[in-house]
Design a protein around this ligand. Structure first.
Ligand code: COA
Ligand code: AMP
Length: 637
């Protein structure tokens, strides 16, 4: 099929408002908009101003009314417990309406915040949609974060209630959530009025009298009483959720997502980008705690009337590197979306794809990869083994849906390895130099998006319009700064090469090295430190923390380094994957005192580097090289 991409993209460019108004016809609105886009509202304008809608209604009730009541909406497949359970659209609607009734009973209503700190179980999806149903704003916190990170989010979002579970399951260990939750509430200045706790059979959490409620008891009482909540119309511009993501400091950014524009963009993307029709099984192997999980496990497939797979497990070790193929075969998955790191893990365990051949993958059509750069080796391996198109596409928590992709539903364009394909309608992608001028094709620069951002992208940060402007809109006036560097080729294909800030990407998880430095610096023996992301064959990047001890510290260095590793795990969480604390005598700096992090990273990765002209003492670079060599880090050899 010839791709319709250029025709569709040009149509959007000619009249963006007409394009999105047309896409918006796919959504059921309680009240139509006054303006498709109003440039005078919000920080840079708002979409579907004046309209009223409900996201849960569009994800669930409308499909029940339209004849999909008996179709499977959600398949929960847990490799951790060896169980599978399906929910039809009618069943999911019932569960969500009942939980929404419970939340209403707790005094939660439109505009109230609810934090969801839960593992990959169906109840997490019920919780997100139950909030949406009554107009409450949810904020899902990833289970791999520690109590302090949760506390920061509690204080920023000031939730009326927190929904949580007794535990998450990681290979070989049960992660008790309740001590983390209680610890976070103790630490936070803001206290939620109630916590609803889902008790899993592997771990019974003690409940705090007067605050905690048992999820199953409360929901079953609501079911017996027939108590359900109706869908509450909200403004299209009202927040649906807040999702915290790493900023350049330890204080995360609360990315706000609205209701109307989000539904329009996500619904459009399911067919045009992912090539999925209503009724087809779609699987995103990520976590509901990340934006990929929000958009493509929960909201988009349900808005589209597809069947979404919720997978609790890993690509390897649960029980083996055939886990993904089993899930695809069992649920006849048409499209899988995951992070390249998952494929690197599978490739390492099963390089010849022998496990893959044990399963019937005949229904499998396309693999989409995002979250980090897809290295051509892994991508080619996946193509060769699976014999389906493998599509790298690029987006961010902030954007909510793909900025660039190769649109399966519009007809695929040629795949270019190493590139995250072409801009989707809505995104006017420009590569700029420091003087804010567009660079020539193939030249590296800062990747920016011409304002306004399309529907679905963040309108602002939670309670922080100024921080939003400062972080994203000030450096390149008239543009949104993605903080990714890369280039466009003559055909308009975009390649994403690196972040321009101190964010690193560890196994597809976005982390702030600045946040880790704050933790290391809080150790009493540390004078100064620098955390850099160094190349890792499996996780893409891993953090390495270089520390200088305070003068006079005579304790055992191994012991201090172990404490530092434990401290990051305790403060940020296991997801930081911080295992490398390296004590050095000095850090390389410019004469003005700026730590040369880029040079340190280049040494660790074995890349060529020039000694910066402004360096204070070049001998320190040799000391760093020595310290890395002692750890056997490949690049330093
Ligand atoms: N709750 C508690 N702990 C968690 C967690 C959760 N939800 N998720 C991860 N962790 C822990 C892990 O157990 C691990 O702990 P450890 O240091 O004790 O081993 C640590 O956080 C680091 O996790 P991760 O970086 O994911 O490494 P891993 O070795 O567990 O798994 C992969 C590596 C590649 C298999 C895994 O990252 C993966 O499946 N990635 C898929 C892609 C993905 O989810 N991307 C997200 C955005 S699209
Ligand atoms: P997150 O907000 O967690 O989704 O992380 C977004 C960041 O991940 C982007 O700014 C990029 O740095 C990186 N990223 C996501 N997708 C890709 C991709 N396809 N190629 C390269 N980097 C990517």
């Amino acid at each position: 099929m010839t791709s319709r991409y250029h025709e569709i993209y040009d149509g959007w460019q000619r009249d963006p408002e007409a394009f999105w108004a047309e896409a918006a016809r796919e959504i059921v609105w309680h009240k139509p908009w006054d303006k498709v886009f109003d440039p005078d509202q919000g920080v840079y304008g708002r979409w579907f101003v004046g309209a009223e809608c409900n996201t849960a209604y569009n994800c669930l009730d409308r499909h029940v009314h339209a004849g999909r009541a008996g179709q499977t909406a959600l398949i929960y497949d847990s490799a951790m417990t060896g169980s599978t359970r399906g929910y039809t659209y009618a069943e999911l609607t019932d569960e969500v309406a009942t939980l929404a009734g419970v939340l209403e009973g707790l005094g939660i209503g439109k505009g109230d915040r609810v934090i969801i700190y839960m593992p990959m179980i169906p109840e997490t999806v019920f919780a997100m949609l139950a909030c949406a149903r009554i107009g409450a704003i949810h904020s899902v916190v990833f289970g791999g974060f520690a109590a302090r990170e949760l506390a920061t989010r509690i204080d920023d979002a000031t939730p009326k209630a927190i929904l949580s579970a007794s535990c998450g399951l990681e290979p070989g260990r049960v992660v008790a959530y309740k001590p983390l939750l209680d610890g976070a509430i103790d630490m936070a200045a803001h206290k939620p009025q109630a916590c609803l706790i889902y008790q899993r059979e592997m771990e019974q959490a003690p409940l705090v009298a007067g605050r905690d409620l048992d999820w199953a008891d409360t929901v079953s009482a609501a079911k017996s009483a027939g108590r359900k909540a109706d869908c509450v119309p909200v403004a299209a511009t009202d927040p649906l959720y807040i999702l915290y993501t790493s900023g350049t400091t330890g204080l995360p950014k609360g990315v706000v997502r609205d209701n109307g524009g989000h539904m329009v963009a996500l619904k459009w993307s399911m067919k045009a980008i992912f090539g999925i029709d209503p009724g087809e099984p779609f699987w995103t192997a990520s976590d509901l705690g990340w934006v990929v999980g929000h958009s493509y496990i929960c909201f988009a497939p349900l808005l589209h009337g597809a069947t979404t797979v919720l997978y609790e497990g890993k690509p390897v070790g649960t029980p083996d590197a055939g886990a993904f193929w089993r899930v695809i075969a069992d649920h006849q998955v048409r499209v899988l979306f995951t992070a390249p790191t998952a494929f690197r893990a599978i490739k390492k365990e099963d390089p010849r794809g022998e496990l893959m051949r044990q399963y019937d993958l005949s229904k499998f059509h396309t693999l989409f990869l995002a979250g980090e750069r897809s290295d051509p080796d892994t991508l080619e391996w996946a193509e060769e083994m699976l014999r389906v198109p493998v599509i790298d596409h690029w987006w961010q928590t902030e954007t909510g849906w793909p900025i660039t992709a190769n649109p399966a539903g519009l007809g695929l364009l040629p795949v270019k390895h190493g590139s995250a394909s072409v801009p989707m309608p809505g995104w006017d992608v420009r590569v700029l130099d420091e003087r804010q001028k567009e660079v020539a094709p193939d030249e590296l620069g800062a990747i920016c998006i011409r304002l306004p951002l399309p529907p679905g992208a963040l309108p602002t940060l939670w309670n922080a319009d100024d921080r939003f402007t400062e972080s994203y809109l000030e450096a390149f006036p008239g543009y949104y700064q993605t903080a990714d560097a890369g280039f466009k080729d003559v055909d308009g294909y975009v390649s994403i090469m690196a972040r321009t800030d101190d964010i690193i990407n560890v196994a597809g998880h976005r982390l702030s090295t600045g946040g880790m430095e704050e933790v290391l610096a809080s150790h009493p023996d540390i004078a100064e430190c620098a955390v850099v992301g160094i190349a890792d064959p499996m996780k893409g990047q891993i953090p390495a923390g270089f520390v200088v001890l305070k003068s006079g510290v005579s304790r055992n260095i191994d012991e201090i380094e172990r404490e530092l590793v434990a401290l990051v795990r305790e403060r940020i969480g296991p997801v930081a994957a911080f295992k490398l604390a390296i004590t050095v005598a000095r850090l390389p700096k410019t004469r003005s005192g700026k730590i040369l992090r880029k040079t340190m990273r280049a040494i660790a990765d074995g890349e060529e580097y020039g000694v910066p002209a402004t360096i204070d003492d070049p001998a320190i670079l040799d000391e760093i090289t020595e310290a890395l060599k002692e750890r056997g880090l490949a690049g330093a050899a």
